[in-house]
Design a protein around this ligand. Structure first.
Ligand code: MG
Ligand code: MG
Length: 261
């Protein structure tokens, strides 16, 4: 069952997703070599609660934290811990928040200090693929068009698409129908309608696509231990152009100030 949202509900979801966007920016301010993902988690939890939200992931199926922090070969669902991040790492920070009864969900993969050019290129391509997917998330197209756009872009650069983990509908529940794969065939799959709200979240590997789960029961990593990147937006399907409800604007303002230093 796919719930179509009213215009009023979409405005509430914009608020939830702006809170997530601003939380990711707050986290971005703290990312540097030596900081732990658990410290980042505390920053995010405080910011969400100070802004009258509730962390969306904390307690979800028993997940222990506010953020999913996935470092290097970790793909998604990494559990924050006390280990310091080091120069050259990349960390996917995935954040969910509940505000006014609706969830926001967005993720960004950050560089820690100086990162190898080949890894930066993976991050760049993954973010590009997300926006190419979003270009296809318009009324009348199908989810296969979204998946195809993502897959085509990253595979043309020699990267691979994780298959087992996918994007999703979102609303009063963090995960709703439909599933939103990051691969597909044009003209296939669920037909998109104005008012659908979905999270598109490509998980793209530098090496092979296969993944395994670590012993903590949560963390997904690449089987070949190659680096993985992950970017996510929540958006409302509309006629002609999707309405992106989350935003990287605040994160990227922080990153550009840091790069001027
Ligand atoms: Mg997410
Ligand atoms: Mg998601």
């Amino acid at each position: 069952m796919i719930y179509l949202k009213t215009d009023e509900e979409i405005e509430l979801m914009r608020e939830s997703n702006l809170l997530v966007a601003r939380t990711l920016a707050e986290v971005a301010r703290h990312i540097k070599p030596g900081v732990s993902t658990l410290e980042l988690d505390k920053v995010a939890e405080k910011f969400i609660r100070d802004n009258n939200g509730v962390p969306g992931f904390l307690g979800y199926h028993g997940f222990p934290n506010t953020l999913c922090t996935s470092v290097n070969e970790q793909v998604v669902h990494g559990i924050p811990n006390k280990k310091p991040l080091k120069e050259g790492d990349v960390v996917s920070v995935d954040c969910g928040a509940l505000l006014n009864g609706f969830y926001g969900d967005s993720a960004y993969t950050f560089c820690v200090g100086d990162v190898k050019p080949e890894i930066k290129a993976l991050l760049e391509a993954t973010k590009e693929a997300l926006y190419l997917g979003i270009e296809n998330a318009v009324e009348g197209k199908r989810l296969g068009d979204v998946g195809f756009a993502i897959q085509n872009h990253v595979e043309s650069k020699g990267y691979s698409v994780v298959r087992e983990m996918v994007g999703h509908g979102i609303g009063r529940n963090l995960h709703e129908a439909p599933e939103v794969p990051n691969y597909g065939r044009r003209g296939n799959g669920v037909k998109l309608k104005s008012g659908m709200v979905i999270a598109i979240e490509p998980m793209i590997n530098l090496g092979k696509r296969n993944i395994v789960q670590e012993n903590d029961g949560w963390t997904i990593r690449t089987a070949d231990r190659s680096v993985s990147a992950h970017f996510e937006h929540t958006l409302a399907v509309r006629k002609g152009e999707a309405d992106i409800l989350s935003s990287f604007k605040f994160v990227e303002e922080v990153l550009s100030l840091q790069s001027e230093k």
